[in-house]
Design a protein around this ligand. Structure first.
Ligand SMILES: C[S@@+](CC[C@H](N)C(=O)[O-])C[C@H]1O[C@@H](n2cnc3c(N)ncnc32)[C@H](O)[C@@H]1O
Length: 240
């Protein structure tokens, strides 16, 4: 079986646990994770999971955030978009616990989470099922021999293109200049994406109503080097 054919193959290289969890985080994991987790059984077949089926009221508008860290951004966009449903993926247990702890009771019906490799979820999602995808400050994997671990890569871009609806946005950010260049080059070269920036201002300044992520806040020194790369999914035959 080739790697690509193995839908359940996990490709996560980061750390899964950090400091000991506080009681409230442990409680959130214990009570909310079983309720909001995307079941492994729905991730067994490529392109078979219709994400609206994960929610009681079959929403039309579903956004996904990959590698949400402690979930400050995901919770923020949930607050800004009360009629949208969300899928959040984060393998780091402490991050997942913090996000779950931040949820209000009313949020629970419109978010589903997965605490492992996001590509397993992406490969399972049905075609053109997401309205938006965020990948904010993905791990840069500095060493050349580790570049293949970068989550924005030509192979994964094919999966992102498949699951996004035409016109949907893919929002990437980083403060690492050569990762910005890598993500930009690979995404521009992909036939399904077009870069929305009209001027440098568009990628150097945060988009309107931007929720600053924890990584972005902590890297205060790097903050003025942040790049916000917004792409739109197009039909392949529309790109020049
Ligand atoms: C540098 S942190 C950024 C966290 C957050 N987006 C922020 O900006 O504060 C990168 C995050 O991506 C997550 N991550 C790495 N590989 C992943 C994968 N294959 N699937 C989902 N998340 C992943 C890591 O666990 C980590 O939390």
């Amino acid at each position: 079986m080739t790697k690509e054919k193995n839908i359940k193959q996990k490709q996560f290289y980061g750390r899964r646990t950090g400091r000991p969890l506080r009681k409230a985080q442990k409680d959130a994991l214990k009570t909310l994770l079983p309720a909001l987790d995307i079941p492994e059984s729905t991730l067994e077949n490529a392109a078979a999971l219709v994400p609206s089926s994960l929610f009681a009221d079959t929403p039309n508008n579903i956004w996904m955030e990959i590698g949400f860290g402690d979930g400050i951004h995901l919770k923020g966009i949930m607050n800004q978009n009360p009629d949208t449903a969300f899928i959040g993926v984060e393998p780091f247990v402490n991050g997942m616990a913090s996000f779950l702890k931040s949820l209000d009771k009313t949020d629970e019906g419109r978010v589903r989470v997965y605490m492992d490799d996001a590509m397993q979820v992406v490969r399972s999602l049905s075609d053109e099922s997401l309205e938006r995808l965020y990948i904010l400050n993905p791990d840069p994997w500095h060493k050349t021999r580790h570049h293949k671990r970068r989550i924005v890569n030509p192979n994964n871009l094919g999966h992102f293109a498949r699951v996004l609806k035409p016109g949907a946005q893919m929002v990437l950010s980083t403060d690492v200049p050569y990762l910005a260049e890598w993500m930009l080059t690979h995404t521009i070269n992909h036939p399904a994406f077009t870069w929305t920036a009209g001027s440098a201002n568009d990628w150097k300044t945060p988009p309107k109503n931007w929720i600053t992520t924890t990584y972005e806040t902590k890297g205060a020194k790097g903050a003025d080097r942040m790049c916000y790369l917004i792409f739109e999914k197009i039909l392949a035959n529309r790109k020049k």
